[in-house]
Design a protein. Structure first.
Length: 386
């Protein structure tokens, strides 16, 4: 006789994030700047006049989900491509099928996740089909499309920016997951609202992270069968430190260093230390930050306080000598000094002006007076007895 498991009644099909994937625009969370009734994307969907587009935004904000909703709302075939596994051959095969469907009056939406991972040849393979209207291309990317997508393809697509979800939107999503049958609606789950807020804040705008964390917490709560009591201790074990959105080679890398630079320039020391901590805690190379701060010392502080160069050089050397985590305080020292120091860009302006003159007058000879004085000094230094 086969013995039943304590968890047989708790079994659910598929991850919670997948089960709770919105099926309609009414269920879709966030992105009101795109999907409110008076917004262009919402009108395009309602009128079944969708064009090729690129969704740009961080992970977990609903790029794939929105593409699926558009396909179902506009009565179109929906084909998913992965930029990691699909080659030109697979692209052309699907495009030919889409061309045949178009001849029968049927629309095809091709969704390409992580479209920035496609190389130029793969992106170019879509061009003729997008131009002819054989397909409606919807690409999703976490990177700036202007840098990662071919201009020819990008010019034929409308770019829509999807923002991280607000904490309130994520809390609403978590409550729906607890009460709807496709989530934990058939369970008896006890969890305080402040713990839901904790999960939402931890998710940092990522709905998928929030739902995955909730699922882990409920499945490991106190109780049996379909009962679960989620405590703060369980949440702390599931979270184990806040997830920081950061990609050292991607868009957020440049966003954060720009925020640090602007905070120092605006003499906002608190903000500057915050952005410094965001980068260091996410694993940024301290020497990269030290180089940028060292440049700032002369470019933005300059002659207004020459000590900035000395302090930032010392901080750079400290980063070389001892590394993280100890050098974090040295970088903080340099960043705060630069933020509070008076500012002058006279050195930057002086060099850029001189460089422009040098480029425009490359053939100008050195004045005779300047040459002779230097030559006389050289000869004088070489006289016997000196």
């Amino acid at each position: 006789m086969e013995q039943g498991s304590l968890f047989d009644d708790r079994a659910l099909t598929g991850p919670l994030a997948d089960r709770m994937r919105p099926q309609t625009l009414d269920e879709y969370a966030g992105q009101k700047h795109l999907l409110a009734p008076d917004r262009i994307l919402r009108r395009m969907i309602d009128r079944d006049e969708v064009q090729s587009m690129i969704f740009w935004g961080p992970p977990g904000v609903g790029k794939t989900t929105l593409a699926r909703i558009i396909a179902s709302s506009t009565r179109s075939h929906f084909i998913v491509f992965s930029a990691v596994t699909s080659g030109i051959k697979e692209i052309r095969e699907v495009m030919n099928k889409a061309e045949a469907a178009r001849s029968m009056g049927e629309k095809t939406i091709v969704f390409v996740d992580e479209i920035h991972r496609f190389n130029k040849a793969q992106q170019d393979a879509f061009l003729p089909y997008v131009e002819r209207g054989s397909i409606i291309l919807i690409g999703a990317t976490t990177e700036n499309p202007s840098f990662e997508i071919n201009n020819a393809l990008l010019s034929r697509c409308k770019v829509f920016t999807l923002n991280p979800l607000d904490t309130e939107d994520i809390i609403d999503l978590l409550k729906r997951a607890l009460h709807e049958p496709r989530g934990f609606g058939n369970w008896d789950v006890t969890i305080d609202d402040d713990l839901l807020s904790l999960i939402a804040n931890y998710a940092n705008g990522d709905a998928r992270t929030a739902l995955n964390t909730l699922e882990l917490a409920v499945m490991n709560g106190q109780g049996d069968a379909v009962h679960s009591v989620v405590t703060r201790e369980v949440i702390d074990q599931c979270i184990q430190g806040k997830a920081l959105l950061y990609d050292k080679k991607g868009e957020e890398h440049y966003n954060l260093i720009s925020a640090l630079h602007k905070s120092m320039r605006n003499s906002d020391a608190d903000a500057a230390v915050y952005w410094l901590a965001r980068m260091l805690e996410a694993g940024e190379d301290p020497l990269y930050i030290a180089r940028r701060v060292l440049r700032f010392a002369s470019e933005d502080v300059g002659m207004a306080d020459s000590r900035a160069l000395e302090i930032c050089t010392a901080a750079f050397q400290a980063c070389q000598f001892i590394g993280m985590p100890e050098c974090s305080v040295h970088l903080t020292h340099a960043v705060v000094f630069c933020a509070l120091a008076p500012k002058s860009n006279s050195l930057e302006v002086a060099y850029m002006t001189a460089a422009e003159d040098a480029r425009n007058m490359l053939d100008e000879p050195v004045p005779v007076s300047a040459r002779q004085s230097e030559r006389q000094a050289l000869l004088h230094s070489q006289r016997p007895g000196r």
